[in-house]
Design a protein around this ligand. Structure first.
Ligand SMILES: N[C@@H](CCC(=O)N[C@@H](CS)C(=O)NCC(=O)O)C(=O)O
Length: 210
């Protein structure tokens, strides 16, 4: 790698969180550029007109999907075998990014969808979460004693869902899910990736991460 890869990121975006968590785990050094979604710099949209975060510019390619950024970083370094995961793990990420995320958005932004039944949308998301809880009954992570890519890919979205109504979330009968989420939210890795950085400006010095 001739130049330090540049990662465009938004601190509170769950897609960007999973990219940063993976980069932290792999230790692949980036220039991390925090932006605001309401004020995206032309330097970002010039390389990625799609204009979503995260975006990774490796110097030789521009990667515009968070899952592909995770896979790119894990291909550089995967010290504890996150990629050593059954195909089912990828299917679970598909469910998260598709039906679960849609139900989450419909729950979170219910006022924007007056024609939808918010209770039904929340129940749809909860169905997926009960499935995760079942998996976690006898193990701390989705595929056993050690986390895999899928844990990191999904957890920021479970957190986002929990934050739509913590009291309701904590009152549900999914203790293993709550334990898994709590371990994530109190982890050192989560703290590190959530450290506030100044918003990137043209000419700013590199902000190295990790
Ligand atoms: N499929 C994309 C989704 C990324 C995405 O939707 N990010 C949101 C922020 S969480 C975004 O950038 N939205 C554009 C906007 O709000 O202008 C990925 O996995 O990277």
């Amino acid at each position: 790698m001739s130049q330090t890869p540049v990662l465009w990121s938004f601190r509170r975006c769950p897609y960007a969180m999973r990219a940063r968590l993976t980069i932290l785990y792999t230790g692949v050094k980036m220039d991390l550029r925090d932006i605001l979604l309401k004020d995206k710099p032309a330097e970002m949209t010039d390389v990625s007109p799609k204009a979503t975060v995260p975006v990774l510019n490796t110097g030789t390619e521009v990667i515009e999907e968070s899952r592909d950024i995770m896979l790119w970083a894990l291909a550089q370094n995967d010290p504890h075998g996150w990629l050593d995961m059954p195909a089912e793990g990828y299917a679970m990420i598909d469910t998260n990014d598709g039906p679960f995320k849609r139900a989450l958005d419909h729950t979170k932004y219910a006022v924007r969808f007056p024609d939808r039944d918010a209770t039904a949308d929340r129940a749809k998301a909860a169905d997926v979460l009960f499935g995760l809880n079942d998996r976690l009954v006898n193990q701390p992570h989705l595929f056993g004693d050690a986390p895999k890519m899928v844990d990191t890919a999904i957890l920021p979205f479970v957190r986002q869902f929990a934050n739509t109504d913590r009291d309701w979330f904590n009152a549900q009968d999914w203790p293993h899910l709550i334990r898994w989420l709590t371990a994530f939210e109190t982890s050192d890795s989560f703290k590190v990736i959530m450290v506030k950085r100044p918003i990137w400006e043209p000419g700013a010095a590199p902000s190295y991460f990790p």
